[in-house]
Design a protein around this ligand. Structure first.
Ligand SMILES: Cc1cc2nc3c(=O)[nH]c(=O)nc-3n(C[C@H](O)[C@H](O)[C@H](O)COP(=O)(O)OP(=O)(O)OC[C@H]3O[C@@H](n4cnc5c(N)ncnc54)[C@H](O)[C@@H]3O)c2cc1C
Length: 462
């Protein structure tokens, strides 16, 4: 039988940590300064840590921590790391052993770009994420981020529909101007001179951002998990969480192997969230299998990181006239490209992880042929991965099953990774006890304006 938990000692156990632990972010970033101010305020009255990192309550047969993080992929590893480095007692639990290839964070590369056309709400988080990746690189000597520059290419005079924005290209340019992000706007003629890889029609416009580039998702996750562990976090792999319940002022998390009590819980379970959270989350989030393809090239130098930026290319007016791609980073076996599909939903436990030769051929014929110079139809590698897609293509961050001390985070719709380090920091603030309205704009209730179940690429606010 599931036992009840009395939260008094648990809540008391969160009252440690000092504000001096967190004053290490660069001063020029206002967002970072705000984070420091908020966390300092949240932890200022805490006495020094008196107890060992994680405690065991024999009577209740449970392990006690300040925070449990459920799911240690992109967002969970970032949250656990940020909490642990601040001295909080953290238990991070994953059903597999991240980084792994069962969810949304594998495939060797992720695009990062600052002027997110998806919405200005993301930009401070992406900027902060870039600072965190750089700090992690300096601390560990690992490469997490390649600054290759990035292009967003679309038609000059017609719609550039992407991630539920009808004017993604223009929105990107406007956001860059508003946030003072270094960029250039290039004509097709400029592009042809600088980037002979891309065969344009002539009526295109391109946004170029020098700080855009490539993140290595597996390395980012692994690094943050290792550093969380080094700071005292208890990391538990191959242990699916099967139940989360509020008891008194605390929360009980149950797995097949144990019971964990915490003051707050962050659920970052990726594509498993619709099934776990139910309710409006299940109505408004759908899981979509996406495929990634690596094609051979007869001229690898054209796609070297020194010559080729990441690219997002809306090459026609249709919803499907879209691809994105990467330079050949770290000895990648070919040029990696992908598109997106929003028609066929699946579940994370039953999706087909094999990518058929017919799927790679269709990708090549519809998007690559005639557009990427010296890229051939020979597939050298392919992989399937999962998007969790919301009806407006935005993130959903809200209470888990209406529990005030449990936050669920769905980093939706194919643009989450670049945000993950910054959101991890902000979620750590919340889990450390700081309640503010920073994350309220991501609540699921905003999606009441949409018809549940519509695809992200076609959804419109009613
Ligand atoms: C093909 C593809 C391309 C993408 N390209 C980009 C890009 O270029 N740029 C970008 O910014 N973003 C991109 N994204 C999006 C980005 O990768 C995701 O938003 C991000 O990785 C999601 O992170 P997450 O932490 O939510 O999920 P995940 O990293 O999948 O982590 C969820 C974790 O929860 C665990 N879990 C699930 N259920 C349980 C349970 N019951 N108990 C314990 N653990 C559990 C899982 O094992 C998993 O480790 C792409 C996504 C895909 C699929």
């Amino acid at each position: 039988m599931f036992e009840f938990f009395c939260g008094t000692s648990l809540i008391h156990s969160t009252r440690h940590g000092t504000s001096s632990q967190i004053i290490e972010q660069p001063k020029e970033n206002l967002f970072a300064l705000e984070s420091i101010r908020l966390l300092a305020a949240a932890t200022a009255d805490r006495p020094a840590l008196l107890s060992p990192p994680i405690t065991w309550n024999r009577k209740m047969n449970e392990t006690i921590a300040d925070v449990v993080v459920v799911g240690l992929g992109a967002f969970g590893s970032a949250t656990a790391f940020q909490l642990a480095k601040r001295g909080l007692k953290v238990i991070g639990i994953d059903r597999f052993a991240p980084p792994h290839d069962r969810g949304s964070s594998h495939g060797n590369t992720r695009i990062t770009r600052l002027a997110a056309g998806e919405g200005e709400a993301y930009i401070p988080f992406i900027k902060r994420s870039h600072e965190i990746w750089r700090a992690l690189e300096a601390q560990t000597g690992r490469t997490l981020y390649h600054r290759t520059g990035g292009l967003v290419i679309g038609a000059r005079d017609s719609a550039t529909h992407h991630h539920a924005k009808p004017d993604f290209l223009q929105q990107t340019i406007a956001n860059a101007r508003q946030f003072g992000i270094e960029h250039e706007v290039l004509t097709a003629a400029d592009m042809s001179k600088r980037y002979p890889q891309f065969r344009l029609r002539g009526d295109e416009l391109a946004y170029f951002e020098p700080d855009a580039g490539v993140l290595i998702p597996e390395a980012c996750i692994e690094t943050q998990i290792e550093l969380a562990r080094a700071s005292g976090a208890s990391i538990r792999f191959n242990e699916p969480v099967i139940d989360i319940k509020e008891q008194g002022d605390g929360v009980i998390v149950r797995t097949a192997l144990g019971k964990y009590a915490a003051a707050r819980v962050v659920v970052t379970a990726g594509a498993w969230i619709p099934g776990m959270a139910g309710g409006k989350m299940a109505e408004h989030l759908r899981v979509m299998r996406q495929t990634l393809h690596w094609f051979a090239t007869t001229d690898p130098s054209l796609y070297s990181p020194a010559r080729c930026p990441i690219f997002i290319w809306m090459h026609g007016n249709g919803d499907h006239d879209y691809m994105y791609g990467f330079p050949m980073i770290d000895g990648q076996p070919g040029v990696k490209v992908a598109t997106e599909q929003y028609e066929a939903a699946c579940t994370p436990d039953d999706f087909d992880r094999h990518v058929g030769a017919d799927e790679s051929r269709a990708m090549f014929d519809a998007h690559v042929a005639g557009r990427l110079a010296a890229v051939t139809s020979t597939t050298v590698h392919a992989a399937a991965c999962l998007y969790t897609v919301s009806t407006d293509s935005g993130f959903v961050i809200d209470r888990y099953r209406d529990m005030k001390n449990v936050k669920v985070v769905s980093a939706c719709s194919g643009h989450g990774f670049k945000n993950s380090a910054g959101f991890g920091e902000r979620l750590a603030l919340w889990a450390a006890g700081h309640d503010d309205d920073t994350l309220d704009r991501f609540q699921v209730s905003r999606l009441d304006a949409y018809q549940p179940g519509m695809s992200s690429s076609t959804s419109r606010a009613s």
